[in-house]
Design a protein around this ligand. Structure first.
Ligand code: PHE
Length: 439
């Protein structure tokens, strides 16, 4: 999700990046906010007049929805990573992109802004736009914050996936925490022109040239065009691999302080154009400062929530934070490519009851028959049926199943009495029709 304010200004001076790559040692984020410091991931930070993180935002640290098993954001993450693994490999067939999905969201202001040439006066730095821990430290506002440190480590192709934090209005598509995937690909002249015969005269860089709409001053037009072509192809094919070959899309020119030229990709969805990512040719100054001056690079950043909302028909971004099994279990599939359309969950509370029985001996039994029967008896008041436990008696060798039935109504709160009446009826009918013995 690319917000307006990253785009506007032209780039002016910046200081050199001071960066640290820290790993999240995250259990629950136990926070102690004394008068002059705050503890996050077991690390103490002094607070000052810049501090503006709230308890609610702190409570989101360490949730890591993008790697939570079966979470829709995790399915999309896997699909994107798999796409990059399949699309870019070396002569031995090994993937060339390395993936970082576990970098702490606590970054320095230098990482988030200065290292990316974001001007000191850029509106995206305002206290009203970001979550500051103190004047030097913040919750990253984009995963692009890790670009320079990873390039400095010697990486040429990588993906960074994680939670990002921006102060914003809250509506159906905006939430102060969301998830991004950033990518960087750096190429040598040999790699850029590998498909060109007699490419010896083709160069990545030229001197005495000026910046134009099409390129930075230092780049040759031919190197930029080849990179632009690969970048756009990669992203269109990624979008097609997620949404199908028929998607309608368009490129829109854009401005980012850290890329030039820059574009946004928009896809047509529900009768409107939806922006899903920002990308561009990386500012050569960033590569130079990170020790990769002999290469040219492309980069992009995309928002996972937007893609997931589009793909699964999820109507509200808040739902991603739901711990309601009515939401989560709809995505409980091992194959991330499974087509899923989200069905709205009731806002009324769930009522959960277990049932255990011995399976019949002699007559065949299948769980599906039981599911049918529960639906027949409980109708729309049944939200989920989960096979919770299978047990074989060590002596009698009889098999027992235990199911959890989640009851919930779409329009009202179910009373305990009503649920227990249905549940008793389920037991009775199961015994009669399926010949099970209730335990
Ligand atoms: N970081 C940008 C954003 O969040 C997206 C972006 C990443 C654009 C990399 C260009 C290159 O808005």
């Amino acid at each position: 999700m690319i917000r307006q304010r990253y785009k506007m200004f032209v780039n002016i001076g910046h200081s050199s990046p001071k960066v640290l790559l820290c790993r999240t040692i995250s259990i629950a984020t136990q926070t102690t906010k004394s008068s002059n410091e705050v503890t996050l991931f077991n690390q103490r930070y002094p607070i000052d007049e810049w501090t503006n993180i709230s308890e609610n935002i702190i409570s989101k640290l360490g949730r890591n929805l993008h790697v939570a098993q079966y979470h829709p954001l995790s399915h999309i993450r896997k699909r994107i990573v798999n796409y990059f693994y399949a699309e870019f490999h070396n002569r031995n067939g090994n993937p060339v992109f390395s993936v970082y999905d576990n970098i702490s969201p606590i970054v320095t202001v230098a990482q988030n802004f200065d290292s990316l040439l974001v001007p000191k006066t850029h509106p995206s730095r305002q206290k009203s736009d970001c979550y500051y821990i103190n004047k030097d430290t913040m919750l990253r506002a984009h995963t692009t914050a890790h670009q320079t440190e990873l390039i400095s480590m010697g990486l040429n192709n990588f993906l960074v996936i994680g939670d990002v934090y921006r102060k914003d209005e809250i509506d159906s598509t905006h939430y102060p925490v969301f998830h991004q995937v950033d990518a960087v690909r750096l190429c040598t002249a040999e790699e850029v022109f590998q498909n060109v015969n007699n490419s010896d005269s083709l160069k990545l860089f030229e001197h005495r040239s000026l910046e134009t709409n099409e390129k930075q001053a230092c780049h040759t037009l031919e190197s930029v065009k080849v990179m632009e072509h690969e970048l756009k192809n990669t992203l269109i094919n990624l979008a097609k691999s997620l949404f199908g070959p028929e998607i309608k899309y368009r490129w829109v020119e854009q401005y980012f302080p850290f890329t030039h030229p820059s574009w946004e990709l928009e896809v047509y969805y529900n009768d409107k154009w939806l922006e899903i990512l920002g990308c561009g040719i990386m500012r050569q100054e960033i590569l130079e400062k990170s020790g990769a001056s002999e290469r040219i690079g492309w980069a992009f950043g995309l928002g996972l929530e937007r893609l997931a909302m589009y793909l699964y028909d999820i109507p509200n971004i808040k739902l991603f934070w739901s711990t309601d099994t009515g939401f989560l279990n709809q995505f409980k599939v091992d194959d991330p490519n499974t087509a899923i359309k989200y069905k709205q969950v009731s806002i009324y509370p769930q009522c959960i009851n277990d049932i255990s029985f011995w399976l019949p001996e002699g007559t065949p039994y299948s769980s599906n028959d039981f599911y049918d029967l529960v639906r027949e008896v409980g109708g729309d008041r049944v939200e989920q049926i989960i096979l919770k436990d299978v047990f074989r008696h060590p002596e009698t060798k009889k098999l027992s199943h235990c199911y959890t039935i989640v009851y919930r109504h779409m329009e009202r709160t179910l009373s305990k009495r009503e649920v227990s009446n249905i549940h008793e009826k389920v037991k009775k009918v199961a015994a009669e029709k399926l010949h099970v013995t209730i335990r």
